[in-house]
Design a protein around this ligand. Structure first.
Ligand SMILES: [Zn+2]
Length: 499
């Protein structure tokens, strides 16, 4: 029975390929291909969406912060689901993971010893700037006034700072009218380096307050996507101490020895998870479906579970992979290839999608669309029922896409599509705020599926129990039918302004 059904379906699908075949009326044919699509759409189940989301958005996944252990766990979970579903590894070398470098700092790994006495971070010293890792052992110190040099005034005229660490006062001498502005610590550090010094220690009159303020920045370092083209940290160590600490050695500075050991630059990695289904007769062309699985990690010790943002999109992509793989297993696989890609680094600045589009696994020129799903499980304050979805971007690059999306909605979903955020003048500018943008930037037509912001947005309270799974299912089906149409139609989406 199953075999026969498959054979019949195959025959009918083949008819769509040969336009002059008139065995069936176009209408009947359309109805049949629609019913094939509907069959696989019906495999998108609330219980599956719920199961995946209740795992990915549980505390165990620690808010899935990029490059941290929660993100790694989530990547592994998605990868295992892709394997179970049976989609192929979508990254290079038979891998499901596309990995990129992330740079951050491990603030604690700076050790200073003066005359055998160890200084404690934030108690005896703090530091500023993107200093590079270095090891300075038993170095000499020299006092260099304010560390300033101009035509009429120089703190460097009578001292030799070569291969030494200078100790300076903060600010400028009050008795002299200087031409330049020396408020910038960078300027002093650069001058010191130019003079041959290998470190700067500044005496800070407001050490206690300032170390508290700086402490937060040191303990919560920013991450950056690793960019090999970017210049690395090249500042010499720039250390701040209190007046009382300075008093312990200034009088015997010439006999003092200091060691500074810095190992704070930390190299991490993050991953996109890629599942792939190869198309049939148009397999060189690619439909991409994306959602970001990373989130914010912890907020003051509380886990930000990110059930809606973007756990909802992530589980949707998993279900879409399953629906299309089922179709493929039955011999109804898509004509164009499909990449199911859950990305990371979105919350840090759309890193994963940026990395993919700059290091694509499949031809960008042959990528026909990106359907991006980011936050589809809640209702915002603008609506008093759930019968809506925001669509963003659909008409901007290909009007064909907009027309298809509208048609699919009328036929299968019947949402009141809300285009508020698609207006170019909308102050939220959501068009630039999720992963589809990196595809749009490359001229690829996109749709961003979105149910809006809510009071739990980016808070530890974005939890699974607040998710409307009916809505997640309905939107997932909308993406499914849209992807199905784009993957199977004869003609590739036309770009606006072309024929
Ligand atoms: Zn977010």
């Amino acid at each position: 029975m199953k075999y026969l059904a498959t054979l019949l379906i195959f025959t009918l699908v083949s008819c769509t390929l040969t336009k002059n075949n008139n065995n069936l009326s176009d209408l009947k044919l359309e109805a049949l291909t629609d019913s094939i699509a509907a069959k696989y759409a019906s495999s998108i189940l609330i219980k599956d969406l719920y199961k995946d989301l209740s795992i990915l958005a549980s505390d165990e996944y620690e808010g899935r912060e990029t490059a941290r252990s929660g993100q790694k766990k989530a990547a592994k979970y998605i990868l295992e689901r892709f394997k179970e579903i049976g989609v192929e590894p979508g990254a290079k070398n038979g891998s499901f993971l596309q990995t990129f470098g992330v740079d951050t700092k491990n603030a604690a790994n700076i050790f200073i010893t003066l005359n055998g006495y160890k200084w404690n971070l934030l108690k005896q010293f703090y530091y500023k700037g993107n200093i590079k890792d270095t090891s300075l052992v038993d170095k000499q110190l020299v006092f260099a006034g304010f560390g300033i040099e101009e035509d009429i005034y120089s703190d460097y005229s009578n001292i030799n700072v070569k291969n030494k660490i200078i100790v300076i006062n903060e600010g400028v001498p009050s008795s002299i009218n200087l031409e330049e502005n020396w408020d910038s610590w960078r300027k002093k550090a650069e001058l010191a380096k130019e003079k041959g010094a290998i470190g700067v220690i500044t005496i800070d009159k407001n050490f206690t307050e300032e170390s508290e303020r700086i402490g937060f920045i040191i303990e919560n370092p920013n991450m950056q996507m690793h960019d090999p083209g970017k210049r690395k940290a090249d500042l010499i160590p720039n250390i701040y101490i209190s007046e009382s600490t300075a008093k312990t050695f200034l009088s015997k500075i010439s006999e003092s020895k200091i060691s500074i050991e810095i190992d704070i630059q930390e190299k991490l990695t993050s991953d996109n998870v890629l599942g792939y289904i190869e198309g049939t007769d148009l397999k060189d062309e690619l439909v991409v479906i994306t959602a970001h699985y990373d989130h914010l990690g912890y907020d003051n010790g509380e886990v930000c579970n990110g059930a809606d943002d973007d756990g909802s999109g992530t589980v949707s992509v998993i279900e879409l992979a399953e629906a299309f793989q089922k179709a493929k297993n039955d011999g109804n696989g898509p004509r164009r290839s499909i990449l199911f890609m859950t990305v990371s680094g979105e919350e840090k600045g759309l890193w994963g999608s940026k990395y993919y589009t700059e290091n694509p696994v499949y031809s960008i020129e042959k990528t026909v669309v990106d359907l991006n799903i980011d936050m589809i499980g809640r209702r915002d304050d603008e609506h008093d029922n759930d019968n809506y979805i925001y669509l963003i971007g659909a008409d901007r690059i290909s009007m064909d896409l907009h027309v298809i999306s509208e048609k699919i909605n009328k036929k299968y979903i019947n949402y009141d599509i809300d285009y508020t955020f698609n207006k170019r003048t909308d102050p939220n500018q959501f068009y630039y705020r999720s992963d589809h943008y990196n595809f749009a930037k490359n001229g690829i037509p996109v749709i961003f599926y979105f149910s809006g912001v809510h009071k739990d947005y980016h808070k530890p309270t974005d939890d699974v129990d607040k998710i409307n799974f009916n809505k997640v299912q309905r939107t997932t089906k909308m993406v499914f039918f849209t992807a199905w149409e784009i993957a199977n139609r004869d003609q590739r989406l036309r770009m606006n302004g072309t024929d």
